[in-house]
Design a protein around this ligand. Sequence first.
Ligand SMILES: [Zn+2]
Ligand SMILES: [Zn+2]
Length: 422
Amino acid sequence: MFGRVPKKSDNTKFYEVLGVPKSASQDELKKAYKKAAIKNHPDKGGDPEKFKELAHAYEVLSDPEKRDIYDQYGEDALKEGMGGGGSSHNPFDIFESFFGGGAFGGGGSSRGRRQKRGEDVVHALKVSLEELYNGTAKKLSLSRNAICSKCKGKGSKSGASSRCYGCQGTGMKITTRQIGLGMIQQMQHVCPECRGSGEMISDRDRCPQCKGNKVTQEKKVLEVHIEKGMRDGQKITFEGQADEAPDTITGDIVFVLEQKKHPKFDRKFGDDLYVDHNLSLTEALCGFQFALTHLDGRQLLIKSNPGEVIKPGQYKAINDEGMPHHQRPFMKGKLVIQFHVIFPESGVFSPEQCRKIESILPMRPSKHLTDMELDDCEETTLHDVGAEEVKRRKERQHRHREAYDEDDDDDESAPRVQCAQQ
Ligand SMILES: [Zn+2]
Ligand SMILES: [Zn+2]
């Protein structure tokens, strides 16, 4: 630290980490740290690295001497010892010096002891495609455990509880028994007297509202906002709304959207909507128009271009009539229509009508076979093939192949046949 001027290095990072200007007062620093540290606390699901960074930045800037060195020479100067020691502090200690360990409403946790986190409660929430298209709000009534309002979660009238005699406050009991000559079995189980809490409340001191349970059942109505463009499987989280318990960070209530199947529209590839439409053969050849009711009740007029022929299975799309993008609902995907062409049934056309059709449509290539070519052909008959029959045929073929394979094996072990073949 002597005889060498520390090189100038970055001296703005710590301010950026805390999100304050370089001119920030001690009070502003404190406020900024407090807010960011609660938000990024690992017990609340925050990033531990970010939490550490915040603590380190605050540790330096809250010390006028260190802040001065940092402002002049940057972080490296502190590392080189000018500030009297780097940052060896535990970020949780710095955090707890602010909040006394009870930052998240549990209270009473001792220095260094990490609070446990309560479980998240996950619910499936069925929604229609219309609701995802238009957006909606749903009110849901849930019951949960809440910290008893009368005893503030102490379980006793006086607020006092004493250590359980049965387990000496550990909540667990160990019993030993001899199971054989010189063999001892040790068993650990939850203390039956305090049911694992490690503390006892005398009958007379028990809170009348929660009967010493520390929590009571509470009805809660949550309003779930389903935003335009949300999708199947998307989660909506209500932070810290799950069951409360003493000395526990309350978990989240999470709703997972489950889209009900729509009779007409199918959402695919993000925000595109797919719909099937049947056309008669005449419509496919000569043009069509029809009205399609959209998910918001609007009537879309859909029509072919003049002279356009639609082929069976063909797709056509309308831009910006698909699902809205989540959080940018003014942008929409495509509405894709797949056309199916319904052909007339057999026997509908008389020979006379066929000749008329033929006079309009392109000529039949089958008419081009010459008499000579026809003489070389064998007559056949076409039959209808139902799905049942295709299946039966496949099975028969399969059985045949198996039998053939067996024969093959026999052949190999029977040189007599091989000889006959050669
Ligand atoms: Zn006990
Ligand atoms: Zn109570």
